[in-house]
Write a protein that binds this ligand. Structure first.
Ligand code: NAP
Ligand code: ZN
Length: 346
């Protein structure tokens, strides 16, 4: 069995520890990946701190994985040793339900297998990308185009697809006014993708402190939501709003920014419920929606789109022993704009 060096958190409040974990022997359809970088997603923190319910410990988080192929099983046709590859939030699904057949494995009716904190088909708990190696079925491995550096590609595997999928689904493009709420890991990639799709892009951030960056990423407008006049100025403006905020927000105020038939898509997943008064939706036939990552086919499409448009995440590389500090900084919104763990430091 291949052994991997990993960083695991032994319980919800405990600091990370370096340890060896076992990966399965690559089966005929498996790809053994040497991980170069793994992004730190806020979902890792929600999970690792038991904000979404009881997690399984020790927990090796990480679902923004970029690296190279080290070995392939005998039936692997899509990948060869040395290929640049990525793995996102899923490593398997039933492949038989109507959603899997439609390429929407994230909505697998029998439950997709998460890259970490999930039970795989072999009955074992999955371990994520805060590790040196991972073994994944070839159908859940993505190809990273040459145009994107591996560290800048890693966050696209979750943050990138989580924004690309709703932006495409709800038709972000020329003539559409799109707002991205929260300019963190998800939000900053969303700004870049929405701008590349040709939409008129507005950032709604807590303050104006990241305005120069937002405009550099392609936003046309930037507003502070702590300034109450923002909600008066922008009332009834947007066709589409994507909320990426990891904390509770007053939904009625954000819904008031939608024009007739507009949609607010929630991708941020705070532990606390979000409330929506009926009269925030009814007057302008507004919709309130959710969206979860994206399917494998769409994730490849997103990576190819990002390479074509020169889009990568803005990253700060960290060493393995800096994960605890990095988590605290993510919670404090003190990150520009995604931490990626350099696994060569393990
Ligand atoms: P992040 O890097 O921490 O960014 C979140 C941003 O939200 C912050 O940068 C900040 O932006 C804003 N924010 C944070 N706390 C706030 C508060 N109290 N009030 C107002 N704004 C606040 O997190 P992320 O990795 O982008 O993830 C964001 C959320 O999406 C998390 O809940 C995560 O679990 C979820 N997620 C969902 C999916 C999905 O498939 N739906 C996938 C991945 C992640 P400003 O400084 O600009 O205000
Ligand atoms: Zn994520």
């Amino acid at each position: 069995m291949p052994t991997a060096r990993a960083y695991a958190t032994p319980s919800a409040k405990a600091p990370f520890e370096k340890m060896d974990i076992e990966r399965r022997d690559p089966g005929p359809r498996d790809v053994l990946i040497k991980i170069a970088f793994c992004g730190i997603c806020h979902s890792d923190i929600h999970t690792g701190r038991n904000e979404w319910g009881e997690a399984h410990f020790p927990l090796v988080p990480g679902h923004e994985i970029a690296g190279t192929v080290e070995a392939v099983g005998s039936d692997v046709t899509d990948f060869s040793i040395g290929d640049r590859v990525g793995v996102g939030c899923m490593v398997d699904s039933c492949r038989e339900c109507e959603n899997c057949k439609a390429g929407e494995e994230q909505y697998c009716l029998n439950g997709n297998v998460g890259t970490y904190n999930a039970v795989g088909k072999d009955g074992k708990w999955t371990d994520g990308g805060y590790s040196s190696h991972i073994v994944v079925d070839q159908d859940f491995v993505l190809r990273i185009p040459d145009g994107i550096e591996l560290d800048e590609a890693a966050p696209l595997l979750c943050a990138g697809i989580t924004l690309y999928s709703p932006l495409k689904h709800w038709g972000a493009g020329p003539g559409k006014k799109v707002a991205i709420v929260g300019m963190g890991g998800l939000g900053h990639v969303g700004v870049k993708i929405a701008a590349a799709l040709g939409a008129d892009v507005t950032v709604l951030s807590s303050s104006l402190s990241k305005e120069d960056d937002g405009l550099r990423f392609g936003a046309n407008h930037y507003y502070a939501t702590k300034d109450e006049s923002t909600f008066e100025k922008l009332a009834g403006s947007f066709d589409l709003i994507v909320n990426t905020v990891s904390a509770h927000l007053p939904m009625d105020k954000y819904l008031s920014l939608l024009r007739l038939n507009g949609t607010l898509v929630n991708v941020g997943a705070p532990a606390e419920p979000l409330e929506v008064p009926a009269f925030a939706l009814i007057p302008m036939r507004r919709s309130w929606a959710g969206s979860m990552i994206g399917g494998i086919r769409e994730t490849q499409e997103m990576l190819d789109f990002c390479a074509e448009h020169g889009i990568g995440a803005e990253v700060e590389r960290i060493r393995g022993e800096q994960i605890d500090t990095a988590w605290d900084r993510v919670v404090d919104s003190d990150v520009r704009y995604r931490f990626v763990i350099d696994t060569s430091t393990f």
